[in-house]
Design a protein around this ligand. Structure first.
Ligand code: B12
Length: 501
């Protein structure tokens, strides 16, 4: 356990002489969500500070959380979530805690959570106990010890005042922003001169599967900087290895990671599988992309529905949608899009079970973090091969630094990322790639991918395509999307709640 948190020592109290637990904390990644590295790190940090941790793992329904909380008489409940659909599930847990008369504190954490969402949407639904947003592991001990101390009223008052301010700012901000109608936003789209800058025809069309992808090859594509962030070592690789404050810990961690990586590869601890596809495609009705079975363009395989920026911008700035990067059907120009699903987490459970049986949190977190890095590296490598071999529009290979700095032409936005935040676009992508059959990756109710170390996305090849954030959209666009997609408006609103103005 000590080693597990060697890198987090600044957050661990110096004295570990107490034997009696200071309190019981129940931790869970909410229903539909599969990621737990952040939650596990918080658990380790709290555990090393003498709190008893009951970790229910991932995809935990509200009923189970509340049932165990009552049975074990826990002092605090902590919820974690990586993707936006989990935000709604957290609101649901808060409502259930209120309904069942809970009074214990509720902690909210995870990459997709925020102080604003906690203040505006969660805290308001759980009045009998205090909800606290926890940014990262370094804050977790102070928060839990304050909530369980004799002096807790003062801390709770401060949190409530802070949340009131956040809600006020949030309400005021809304008044200042104005939004274009969907029609006006479409008129102000990102325009490409298709005649001057015509799309390149891909060398390959169709779907291609990659079984047991070579992990040694993927290792060369790992971006190590986020790996250090996972462990709260906030620096850039490789300079972090010689950093005056973090260098020693970073080097130790890097060596351990590479040693484990050797074993992962030599002993086949995990398998990587991927699938890519490239199809004829054209934009219709400005925001949607029709994907065709073949060059005859008569059979639509799938329509990808896009979200368009609606915030009123300064003169000259455009309102973008990813569909702007694909030639419109009425231009008569043949264009194409690609898609992919990759995973580097197949078979990981066996080793994780061994580590967990040994209570080896360090190795468990290390392996998950490495699998995540390999999944991201796989996405990077496949994109490179698509640009160079399958689509074939990139001539000269790029250096590793250029790859990490995304100095290439074309983009691979993932459903859920800012350029297309709609997670409900994943099933369509999975369908045309036959992704579950071809890679073993499945989707949960919340559109999280299992295994956790998986990435999916679209390929846009046009040299003018670029990343952007859709940001907030209006009710009008949600209604339009619901209609175009054949989804109930209220259901669509729930999926897009983080983007709804
Ligand atoms: C690395 C990363 C990945 C990795 C691994 C994810 C992981 N290990 O968590 C991979 C490549 C697998 C990945 C995949 C995807 N990702 Co991603 N990813 C990230 C990224 C860049 C960093 C997340 C991370 O690992 N942080 C480090 C860990 C340690 O931090 P953490 O989980 O936040 O936990 C800390 C705190 O939050 C807190 N905490 C966490 N839980 C709890 C619980 C309690 C009780 C407390 C007190 C505190 C606490 O303490 C922790 C330690 O300090 C974020 C962007 C960002 N900057 O956050 C996007 C991000 C999380 N990803 C996102 C998305 C959309 C995806 C995908 C859906 C994309 C796709 N279509 O492929 C998939 C989903 C994967 C799946 N299985 O379904 C979105 C999620 C938001 C959204 N719109 O839904 C983000 C925010 C990017 C963005 N800007 O849009 N991703």
């Amino acid at each position: 356990m000590k080693k597990a948190v060697a890198y987090l020592l600044p957050y661990i109290e110096a004295s570990k002489t107490e034997t009696k637990a200071k309190g019981k904390v129940l931790m869970a990644t909410v229903k539909g969500d599969v990621h737990d590295i952040g939650k596990n790190i918080v658990g380790v940090v709290l555990g090393c500070n003498n709190y008893e941790i009951i970790d229910l793992g991932v995809m935990v329904p509200a009923e189970k959380i509340l049932e165990v909380a009552k049975k074990e008489k826990v002092d605090v409940i902590g919820l974690s979530g990586l993707i936006t659909p989990s935000l709604d599930e957290m609101v649901h847990v808060a409502k259930e805690m209120e309904r069942e008369g809970f009074t214990i504190p509720l902690l909210i954490g995870g990459a997709t959570t925020s102080k604003v969402h906690t203040a505006v949407k969660i805290e308001q639904n759980y009045k009998k106990g205090q909800t606290v947003y926890v940014l990262d592991a370094s804050r977790s001990v102070t928060v839990v010890s304050s909530l369980l101390s004799d002096d807790k009223e003062k801390f709770i008052r401060e949190v409530q005042e802070d949340f009131s301010r956040v809600r006020e700012n949030y309400a005021n901000k809304k008044d200042f922003k104005s939004y274009l109608s969907l029609e006006d936003a479409r008129k102000n789209k990102f325009k490409i001169d298709w005649k001057k800058n015509a799309p390149v025809a891909p060398k390959f069309l169709g779907v291609k599967t990659f079984e047991n992808y070579n992990l040694s090859e993927l290792r060369e594509y790992i971006d190590w900087t986020p790996f250090f962030h996972t462990w709260e070592l906030r620096g850039k690789y490789p300079t972090i290895l010689s950093d005056a404050n973090m260098g020693t810990e970073a080097t130790k961690l890097f060596n351990d990671a590479n040693q484990m990586l050797e074993q992962v590869i030599a002993e086949n601890w995990i398998q990587a599988k991927g699938v890519i596809g490239i199809w004829p495609a054209n934009t219709v009705n400005d925001d949607d992309i029709e994907i065709y079975a073949d060059e005859s363009r008569s059979k639509i395989l799938h329509t990808q529905f896009g979200m368009r920026q609606q915030l009123k911008k300064t003169a000259g700035a455009v309102n973008e949608c990813v569909s702007d990067f694909v030639a419109p059907k009425n231009s008569g120009i043949s264009d194409y899009v690609g898609g992919f699903v990759v995973t580097a987490g197949l078979g990981i459970e066996k080793k994780l079970a061994e580590f967990e049986a040994d209570h080896n949190d360090y190795n468990s977190i290390l392996l998950k973090a490495l699998a995540d890095r390999l999944a991201e590296a796989f996405a990077e490598r496949m994109h490179e091969r698509v640009r160079q071999e399958f689509y074939g529009y990139e001539k000269a290979p790029l250096s590793k630094d250029e790859l990490i700095a995304e100095k290439y032409k074309g983009i691979r936005p993932a459903p859920g990322y800012p350029a297309n935040p709609d997670h409900t676009e994943k099933p369509g992508l999975f369908k045309i790639l036959d992704a579950t059959k071809n890679t073993g990756v499945t989707l949960t109710d919340s559109m999280a991918m299992m295994p956790a170390s998986s990435v999916s996305g679209w390929y846009f090849a046009h040299p003018e395509s670029h990343y952007f954030g859709v940001g907030k959209i209006t009710e009008e666009q949600v209604q339009s999307l619901a209609k175009r997609k054949g989804i109930d408006v209220d259901v669509m609103k729930r999926w897009l709640s983080s983007n709804l103005e």
